[in-house]
Structure formats: structure tokens, C-alpha cells
Ligand binder design. Structure first.
Ligand code: NIG
Ligand code: FE
Length: 431
């Protein structure tokens, strides 16, 4: 049979899952094949198996001897905030001197400081800056990336951010999934300018009203006009003290769900407000962070199709050891995905290999579980589990060839870049 490409003589880490996320104990099996090969045609994987067999069965235009190196699916980055203007370098120093992340937000900094810088930035400059961040991620093995809005907090800039995301999707080799996070923080100053007597909670209710009555309906039109209908797209909310209450979060997610949009949420990053339980009941595709998830909610998550996304780079960046209990979540039978949460405040980190390294050491995930969490389960966390995230026939030919012969080394050595070559839908991406 004809093929465009064969990569052989590899330690294949297939992360094969037969059409569903890997849960609990299943996560320890990353589908390692010694002396394996993968055949690619027309941008899709057509076969995977022993090198000798694939080389016998296929006649390929290009054949690559991996020299026993590890070959895995491209990483799927399922949670990022990479469209933003400016930086948070002052805040970095404030945090070193002891300032607290939510305290900085309450006093008008943090996310709100990035909002001011993003409102002031042109669409072109936002595209250029995010493009460079995508390039850094590709060089570290990412082939599919979710990107959230959430630094506009008004209609004009939230939709400017969406347009930036659509432009990146159309022009960058990566596949991109947009998530609408207008409910990321409450734009208190915008409302207080009109009425200085308004309480924080009242402003939160007013802004939630705008998100639900005006922005989400407009989002549905935007999706159809920009060709995202039939593709995964999500609405997200930051359910946290100082951001959105449980009731406000429920309103945003129920409105989105009723409009036919996928839903996910930032829950339990610092304080448990009951967001995980609510999101599981609402059928969220993923719940993200989970540092403060309760034992009862862990049982609910294990019994649901929702993916739990952990982001240990946030704890690392905030100098905190209150990591999400990934070991407990996996032992309870949950499907766990891993993300960097790449953003200017809580995690300025483009490296999923680094997130894997932290997850293994501090959350006691095995290297094989970290691979599954950064590939197939992450793909399911953004609605693309049947298209990418594993090396299985029919899937996009998104692959990484590593500079190592043992998959455990990807999480073992940290701070460098274990990635040698990246293919996106069968095409080599220059890195
Ligand atoms: O996932 N928690 C809310 N959002 C991001 C942080 C964004 C920021 O600090 O700019 C997070 O941690
Ligand atoms: Fe986030």
C-alpha cells in the first residue's frame, strides 16, 4: 500500500484509547511499542505496529529511521490564555516579596492589569505576540491548542480576542480550539465609573447579565459566521472568591449550554465553592485546576464523562505546594488531563514537558500517566478526542519524535527541550 510517510525503528508511545478517554488505572498504559512504526497518508495515520510489518506492508514516499527514539502523539494543550497584551513583570516581583495572587486581583491588578493592556493593544499586535507563544509551544511538542479569551471583559475586546484566535487558527499550522471566557474577572471599575455605590456582588450580577443576555447570543452568531460551527468551541467561567460566585457561574454555563456551546470551568483553584459538583452535574466537558476539590466531588468526577484538568505549573509559579490531588483523582478512577495554563499571571510557561516533570514529582503521576494526560485525555478535554491525541489509524498525523530513547526521560530530565521533530497533520513543522 502507498503512504506519504513512515517513521520506523521507534519506541512508540501510542496513547491508544479506542475512542474514549483513559480513566483511573487505564492511564498507566501509554501503549508503548518497542521497535514500532507509524504510517501516514493524506495527513492521517493509516497504520501503527511493529517496524518490520509496517515496512513490509507500505511503500512510502518518505521513510524516517527514528534511531530507536521515542515517537508519541503531538501534545494537546487544553487550557491556555496566550492572547494578551503587555506583561505582569511588576507583579512577579510583588509576589516574590510576598503578595498574594487573589489579593493582587482584588486591588485591581492581576487579570485586571492584563485586561487594561489587552484593551489597549491592536488586533495585529495581539496576533503577533500570540503567534510567537504558539511557536514556542510547537517547539516543545504541542500540535493542538485551546485558547481562551478573558482579557477584554467588555464586548468590544472579548470579540477582538476571538477574532485574534480565529486569525491564528486560519494562519498558524496548529489546530486551535477557541474558548469564550468573558466571565474571567469582574470589570469593577467600568461599573463604578457610572455608580460608585455598587457592591462587588451587585457588579458581578450586572456583568453576568451582560455576558448571558448579550455576549453569548452574539457568540453563537460569531461561531457560525467564522466557520466554527460543527467544531468544538467552549464557554468557560472562573468560579472563585473575588471572581464569579457559584450562582453567577451556573448562570453563565447554563446559558451557554442552552445555546449549544460546550462548557468548561476554572474551579477549586484556591477555594472550593462547589464548582466541581455543579459542573459535573451540568455535563461540563472539563473542570480545570481542582486544587481544592473535595473527596465527594472526586467520586462524582470518577463516575462522570467530565475530564479533570490539572495545572501544576500554576502551583510552581505561585510557589505553592497545594497541588491538585492528581494521584488520588487517578486512583479514584477519574480521567485526568494535564495543562500548562500558559498565561501572563499564574503560569507564564509554554512547556508541557515541564508540566509533566512537575506532575510526576509533586502530584506523583507516573511518566506514562503524564503522557496520557498531555495527549489523549487533553484531546477529550477540548472535544477533539476522536481526531487527535493518540497514534491510532484514522487520526490526524500529529506526531513528536523525541531526542530520547525512553519515554520516561521526557519527564525525568527537566528544564530543557526533549523534542526533536514535530509533524502536524502529516507535515513537518519547522521548529
Ligand atoms: O487559570 N484563574 C484564572 N485564570 C488564569 C490566570 C490568568 C491570569 O492570571 O492572567 C488561571 O490561573
Ligand atoms: Fe486558566
Amino acid at each position: 500500500m502507498k503512504a506519504d510517510l513512515i517513521v520506523h525503528n521507534a519506541q512508540i508511545v501510542s496513547c491508544a484509547s479506542r475512542g474514549k478517554p483513559l480513566k483511573g488505572k487505564e492511564m498507566a498504559d501509554a501503549g508503548v511499542i518497542k521497535d514500532g512504526a507509524v504510517a501516514v497518508d493524506a495527513g492521517r495515520i493509516v497504520a501503527i505496529g511493529a517496524s518490520a510489518q509496517i515496512l513490509r506492508e507500505f511503500d512510502a514516499a518518505e521513510t524516517i529511521d527514528a534511531g530507536e527514539s521515542v515517537v508519541s502523539p503531538g501534545f494537546v494543550e487544553c487550557h491556555t490564555h496566550i492572547v494578551f497584551g503587555g506583561d505582569r513583570l511588576n507583579e512577579f516581583e510583588l509576589k516574590i516579596k510576598g503578595a498574594d495572587y487573589l489579593e493582587i486581583l482584588r486591588s485591581g491588578g492581576g487579570i485586571l492589569s492584563t485586561v487594561r493592556q489587552t484593551r489597549a493593544a491592536s488586533r495585529e499586535s495581539l496576533v503577533g505576540q500570540a503567534w510567537r507563544r504558539l511557536d514556542k509551544m510547537v517547539a516543545l511538542g504541542v500540535t493542538t491548542c485551546e485558547i481562551k479569551t478573558g482579557y477584554g471583559l467588555n464586548e468590544e475586546t472579548e470579540f477582538k480576542m476571538l477574532d485574534v484566535i480565529a486569525e491564528l487558527d486560519a494562519s498558524h499550522p496548529l489546530d486551535i480550539v477557541p474558548t469564550f471566557l468573558a466571565a474571567h474577572a469582574v470589570p469593577k471599575d467600568d461599573y463604578r465609573a457610572g455608580d460608585p455605590t455598587l457592591s462587588d456582588e451587585a457588579i458581578g450580577d450586572l456583568y453576568t447579565d451582560t455576558v448571558c443576555r448579550s455576549m453569548i447570543p452574539r457568540l453563537v452568531g460569531w461561531r457560525d459566521a467564522k466557520g466554527f460551527d460543527g467544531r468544538p468551541m467552549f464557554v468557560d467561567v472562573f468560579c472563585e472568591n473575588g471572581a464569579f460566585t457559584l450562582a453567577q457561574s451556573r448562570r453563565v454555563l447554563e446559558t451557554a449550554r442552552a445555546s449549544g456551546l460546550g462548557i468548561k470551568a476554572h474551579v477549586d483553584e484556591f477555594k472550593n465553592l462547589g464548582g466541581s459538583r455543579m459542573c459535573i452535574e451540568l455535563g461540563a466537558t472539563s473542570i480545570d485546576h481542582l486544587d481544592a476539590i473535595s473527596d465527594e466531588e472526586i467520586v462524582l468526577l470518577a463516575g462522570s464523562p467530565t475530564i479533570g484538568v490539572v495545572t501544576p505549573t500554576v502551583n510552581f509559579n505561585l510557589g505553592s505546594c497545594d497541588f491538585a490531588p492528581a494521584r488520588k483523582l487517578i486512583d479514584a478512577g477519574c480521567a485526568i488531563a494535564l495543562s500548562t495554563d500558559y498565561n501572563p499571571g499564574s503560569a507564564p510557561c509554554p512547556s508541557l514537558p515541564n508540566a509533566m516533570a512537575i506532575a510526576c514529582r509533586y502530584q506523583k503521576m507516573l511518566p506514562s500517566e503524564a503522557f496520557v494526560a498531555a495527549t489523549i485525555n487533553a484531546a477529550f478535554a477540548i472535544g477533539l478526542g476522536t481526531e487527535t491525541g493518540s497514534l491510532e489509524p484514522g487520526k490526524w498525523a500529529d506526531l513528536i519524535i523525541f531526542d530520547t530513547k525512553d519515554h520516561r526521560e521526557v519527564a525525568y530530565e527537566f528544564g530543557g527541550n526533549p523534542v526533536k521533530t514535530v509533524y502536524k497533520r502529516g507535515n513537518r513543522v519547522p521548529i
